[in-house]
Design a protein around this ligand. Structure first.
Ligand SMILES: Nc1nc2c(ncn2[C@@H]2O[C@H](COP(=O)(O)OP(=O)(O)O)[C@@H](O)[C@H]2O)c(=O)[nH]1
Ligand SMILES: [Mg+2]
Length: 308
């Protein structure tokens, strides 16, 4: 399909065109980059809310409930779910689709599962690019669900305006280790599965952790939810609104968007480098030269970068 036709169809909300557009971006080839470049100037108005947490904590269920809540005020909502499954097994991806099935008939909710193709962390490289495209296409609200594992927390914070860190009642010892990382990125804490024992203790635990942490202008609220029933979801959405207002009023939004620009630029550079490494022709003769010690990897890398 011609690229402008695809963009037109996608902006009018055509789910198939949106899906195709995401695939092109995910493939990371020239057409995908052209699409993103064309849409980028029209973006900057979406609010992106990231939800991160350990597998099984209820992220998909919560995001789905949030989308229902948001559909009250927003015309269109997009959900990007970054699934840790390998590209070889689509089971988990399908699982998420089914779990988010509450919107099966709701054309205004666009849901896309992304596999994190060998990229470290729970967020795929294409995620922020696709989010930027959806922003350019006029989606006012975008949700990104990612599995919280190490580095991905930091990555989600670079792609989202508001980051929700989800924990469950009686969070395990392994999570203790990640406390520092969580503290750094959480704008809002959610203790999900609060229909189970131990939710209040978990809330106390997080509050205590915030107490000893550095004082910040925005103090992350700690909220309880039951994603399966939607309990606490309206309050959570209000907290996202409060955080949004705080970022706007304090001017901190500028700082965040600048950080995102830096992240996206670095990511684009890395993608370009990967691309030139995978296109065999130029590198194969360079490799010959390195093996023969006619050049060295560092000078060759310099030359590759500067010839672009
Ligand atoms: N009891 C209870 N179960 C929940 C709650 N939220 C989600 N679940 C269940 O937890 C499981 C994992 O949920 P899912 O949304 O797929 O988690 P994700 O891996 O973080 O996306 C599912 O069986 C959900 O029905 C909750 O608040 N309470
Ligand atoms: Mg999920």
């Amino acid at each position: 399909m011609e690229i402008n036709v695809l963009i037109d169809a996608a902006s009018s909300g055509d789910a198939r065109a949106l899906g195709k557009l995401c695939s092109l971006v995910e493939d990371g080839d020239a057409q995908g980059r052209l699409l993103a470049a064309k849409l980028y100037p029209f973006g900057g108005t979406a609010w992106t809310t990231g939800v991160t947490g350990t597998p099984g904590s209820g992220k998909s269920t919560l995001v789905s409930e949030l989308a229902i809540e948001v559909r009250g005020d927003a015309e269109r909502v997009a959900i990007l779910a970054v699934d840790p499954s390998s590209p070889l097994s689509g089971g988990a991806i399908l699982g998420d689709r089914v779990r988010m099935g509450a919107h099966g008939g709701d054309e205004a909710v666009f849901i896309r599962s992304l596999a994190n193709r060998g990229h470290l962390g729970g967020i795929s490289r294409a995620t922020s690019v696709i989010a930027a495209c959806l922003d350019g296409l006029g989606f006012p609200e975008i949700f990104i669900e990612t599995v919280g594992v190490g580095q991905s927390e930091v990555e989600i914070a670079s792609s989202a305006d508001t980051t929700i860190v989800m924990l469950t009642a009686g969070w395990g010892d392994d999570v203790q280790a990640a406390k520092a990382g969580f503290l750094e990125v959480a704008d809002i804490f959610v203790v999900n599965k609060s229909d189970r024992d131990g939710a209040d203790a978990t809330v106390k635990d997080i509050e205590a952790m915030l107490e000893i942490g550095p004082t910040t202008e925005w103090r992350p609220p700690v909220l309880k939810t039951v994603a399966t029933t939607g309990k606490g979801v309206p309050e959570l959405w209000r907290a996202v609104g409060d955080h949004r207002k705080f970022l706007m009023d304090s001017g901190q939004i500028e700082h965040r968007r600048r950080k995102r620009a830096a992240h996206d630029l670095a990511s684009a550079l890395r993608a370009n480098i990967d691309h030139s490494l995978s296109s065999e022709q130029p590198t194969s003769s360079l490799l010959d030269a390195i093996v023969a010690r006619r050049t060295d990897p560092w000078s060759a890398a310099d030359r590759l970068l500067h010839s672009r």
